[in-house]
Design a protein around this ligand. Structure first.
Ligand SMILES: [Zn+2]
Length: 491
């Protein structure tokens, strides 16, 4: 089985264009040595067609477990299979030069080549990502997108033990650092053996482009500053996001906010996210529009307070976005519970997103406020307690524009809620957090409705509520205040 797996994998990588027939002997020798196997020249293996690298890697890893080379934990498997895949991978400089050569004749082809390369090398584990459950849900704010993240493997007891024993390490400083390129990993750090970055210069700083190994949408990209410096929303952010939409054709780019609660999970390393995907915020209608000399202003019917600026002049957008950022930093409106500062601690920032369509840049500026109160200790403009049974975590960039990433636990929990609605099966103690919601759903559910569609719609409505909690100017209530804030901010 193990030798069959190797033959399948080599044939797959030739088909994918990662290696050529010329590399076959070298690669085979390297893999056999790594797996502590001897080559028998008389044995021939007819390669099978495989869909994912894991189709070949799994039998190889199973065999290593039988031979006690691996201990049976998923961490040991993940750390090891990336060593196998690294044998196929070119060095970063080679990959960059192939990319740049392709880019000259077609940027789009170059990006797709690099994206496919990362999948062929199993750096993006597409077999796991394919497990995610995704659906659209109709809400008054439009069709929101929901993904239940099932791509992370279950933690087994051996892996948990390995993680407990692992000493804290400070290299690389974080999971985004460029030092992850080729990093072997350990119990608490994913292996990045076959990870390769693309370096480029932007506005006088060095940056790196990569795809996310956990893609949540098509061509989910990450752009990382060379230095491990904290997230910072500034004029430079607006400039960079616009430049990125020119460099990576057809992609949107955005940044998480730079403050806790309203930022993403990593605040310690400046980075952006982008990709080839349409988000619900793009379809939002407007409650206010104004054509100025060189740009158009629109205020969106979107649960999070969003100002959209459109123009073909990038300098105009950068300038106006800066005015809004500066004005928002000090905007205080106690009647609406919008608080700019507590002593010297700043609460206000922006989650910015840029798209380019038909040579017009569209910049979305989502206003954020991270202050807390006695009633809302996790954040006044953060999901409130009554929606925590669906989502308690921070609402970062991706969710703020309409794509919910929900945890795996929900699959079982939603099944329990369905059983309660259909068959009156009581929720067990672990699922009691859904009690109030389940009861209210039972009263509105109609027998002729498809229960799966019904629950999906209800999860969508909950997600809309989650987003509405994060809106600083509430829709259908504070429009006047939002208009006057923006008019005053723009010059
Ligand atoms: Zn870092």
């Amino acid at each position: 089985m193990i030798k069959q797996g190797i033959a399948d994998l080599i044939a797959y990588e030739i088909k994918q264009g990662v290696i050529t027939n010329r590399d076959k002997v070298y690669v085979k020798n390297q893999i056999y040595k790594l797996l502590d196997l001897t080559i028998d020249e008389n044995q021939k293996y007819e390669a099978n067609d495989i869909k994912y690298p894991s189709d070949a890697l799994n039998p190889i890893l199973d065999d290593l477990e039988k031979r006690n080379i691996l201990d049976g934990s998923f961490i040991a498997r993940d750390l090891f299979d990336s060593q196998i895949m690294n044998i196929f991978a070119d060095k970063p400089s080679v990959i960059e030069s192939i990319y740049h050569k392709k880019y000259k004749s077609s940027p789009r082809d170059a990006m797709l080549w690099y994206y496919t390369y990362a999948q062929s090398l199993n750096y993006i584990r597409m077999d796991r990502i394919a497990k995610n459950q995704a659906f659209k849900a109709k809400t008054p704010s439009g069709d929101l997108q929901i993904t239940i993240n099932l791509s992370k493997p279950e933690k087994d007891p051996k892996s948990i033990m390995m993680q407990a024993k692992q000493q804290a390490t400070s290299y690389p400083k974080c999971v985004l650092c460029v030092e992850n390129e080729g990093f072997a990993g350990h119990a608490t750090r994913d292996s990045r053996n076959q990870h390769r970055l693309l370096k480029f210069e932007m506005n006088r700083y060095n940056w790196y482009f990569q795809y996310s190994p956990y893609i949540y949408y098509n061509e989910h990209a990450i752009v990382i500053q060379e230095e491990h410096v904290p997230m910072k929303i500034s004029t430079m952010t607006f400039k960079n996001l616009i430049d990125l939409t020119n460099r990576f054709e057809g992609y949107f780019f955005g940044s998480n906010a730079d403050l806790p609660i309203v930022g993403g999970s990593i605040l310690s390393h400046n980075h952006y996210q982008g990709g080839h995907h349409d988000f619900p915020i793009q379809d939002a209608t407007t409650f206010y529009e104004e054509n100025r000399d060189s740009f158009k202003l629109s205020l969106l019917n979107w649960p999070l307070s969003t100002i959209k600026l459109s123009s073909k002049h990038k300098d105009v957008l950068v300038e106006q976005a800066t005015h809004i950022l500066e004005a928002w930093k000090s905007y205080q409106n106690e009647d609406l519970d919008i608080i700019a500062y507590t002593d010297k601690t700043r609460h206000h920032t922006i989650t910015p997103v840029v798209r380019k369509e038909n040579n017009i840049y569209h910049m979305y500026l989502i206003l954020r406020d991270n202050h807390t109160s006695e009633k809302h200790p996790l954040g006044v403009f953060h999901p409130h307690e009554d929606v925590w049974h669906i989502k308690k975590e921070n609402i970062g960039l991706i969710e703020a524009i309409g794509l919910a990433i929900l945890p795996k636990r929900l699959v079982e929990e939603l099944d329990a809620v369905k059983a309660y609605i259909l068959n009156d099966l009581a929720l067990n103690d672990a699922y009691k957090k859904h009690d109030i919601w389940a009861k209210s759903l039972k009263t509105i559910y109609k027998k002729e409705q498809n229960i799966d569609t019904f629950i999906e719609e209800q999860v969508g409505l909950k997600f809309e509520r989650v987003l509405a909690d994060c809106g600083v100017f509430k829709l259908n209530k504070d429009e006047k205040e939002m208009i006057s804030f923006v008019k005053e901010a723009l010059k």
